[in-house]
Design a protein around this ligand. Structure first.
Ligand SMILES: [Zn+2]
Ligand SMILES: [Zn+2]
Length: 313
């Protein structure tokens, strides 16, 4: 099921729309760990069979995974990351880093990371490839790019709402790194902050998002310490939503998605938003490096320390 909405062109939205949701993010992580078979994805992510089929189909349709015969002449298919899919490694590294730094590690996520090249425990760090300086929300500025404007975006509805709003929805308002980085709506709501949008009605208008979904996600973002509320009108009380320090630390993740989408999902008119690194004044070109030796992190040079309870099992 899909509906079309008219929204401001935004590469982060395009990326999130291609990736989808929590399940797809979990599948991607496993793909980067070398998982290729349906049953292995199922065992590792815990996804129900139908859910897994839908998400794998979506990732294939969006060019992130491709199907290959699992061995010569075999009927069973294996799922491999395409070159486009491999390009998402930076965003996965940054998500893992955020989860570790803010103690939001998901049940499947690494509790620590090491770099085999230098042999040390490390955290992935995003730098500007022009000047080598660190990249953060405050070290970058944004201006409309050549492709700025509006576009129709077809948003596939992946699933119905988990449950009616109310008791159940507030029972689990706090989520983990996967919800903060892999949920389409959450990512889109966070990215409105980079454009100075802080009020409910403005966010709602910018994203053309259903009020109940926005309320639900904002509640989770506040409970999770990513947003803080600021009172701007006394009666009735009305609040603005602002990124906390923890929330601002998600910026490199959004930027990794933006750069990926500008490379793989751009239209002919070019990037909708141009990101400038203030230190050198150049359009950002980013690399994710090891915090200890500053060498760019490659897939086969990163090792994970799993959470303790999993290590025992
Ligand atoms: Zn720079
Ligand atoms: Zn290193």
């Amino acid at each position: 099921m899909a509906r079309t909405r008219k929204i401001i062109k935004n590469s982060v939205h395009r990326a999130l729309n291609a990736i989808g949701d929590r399940w797809s993010q979990l599948i991607l992580e496993e793909a980067f760990r070398g998982v290729t078979r349906f049953e292995d994805f199922r065992a590792r992510t815990g996804a129900p069979r139908n859910t897994l089929s839908t998400r794998l189909r979506g990732l294939v349709a969006n060019g992130i995974l491709e199907q290959r015969a699992h061995r010569e002449g075999a009927a069973r298919q294996a799922y491999h990351l395409t070159e486009m899919g491999l390009g998402l490694f930076d965003s996965v590294l940054i998500a893992w880093c955020w989860g570790i730094r803010w103690d939001e590690v998901s049940p499947n996520g690494p509790a620590g990371l090491a770099h085999t090249t230098c042999g040390r425990s490390m955290l992935p760090q995003m730098i500007c490839t022009h000047c080598g300086g660190d990249i953060s929300l405050h070290s970058c500025s944004h201006r409309p790019g050549p492709g700025a404007g509006f576009e129709e975006m077809q948003v596939t509805r992946l699933h119905r709402r988990r449950q009616p709003a109310g008791d159940d929805a507030s029972a689990r308002p706090v989520s983990d790194v996967i919800d903060m980085t892999g949920d389409r709506w959450t990512g889109m709501i966070i990215s409105t902050q980079y454009f100075g949008i802080h009020r409910f009605d403005d966010i709602q208008a910018m994203l053309d998002i259903a009020t109940n979904i926005l309320t639900d996600r904002l509640r989770a973002l506040v409970a999770n310490g990513v947003f803080e509320r600021r009172l701007y009108e006394m009666s009735p009380p009305r609040y603005e939503y602002w990124l906390t320090k923890k929330g601002k630390d998600l910026y490199p993740h959004a930027l990794a998605l933006l750069l990926w989408a500008d490379r793989w999902l751009a239209d002919a008119s070019g990037p909708p938003v141009e990101v400038i690194h203030n230190a050198c004044g150049k359009p950002v070109s980013a690399a994710v490096v090891c915090s200890e030796c500053r060498v760019p992190l490659l897939l086969d040079t990163v090792t994970e320390r799993r959470p303790k309870e999993r290590a025992k099992a």
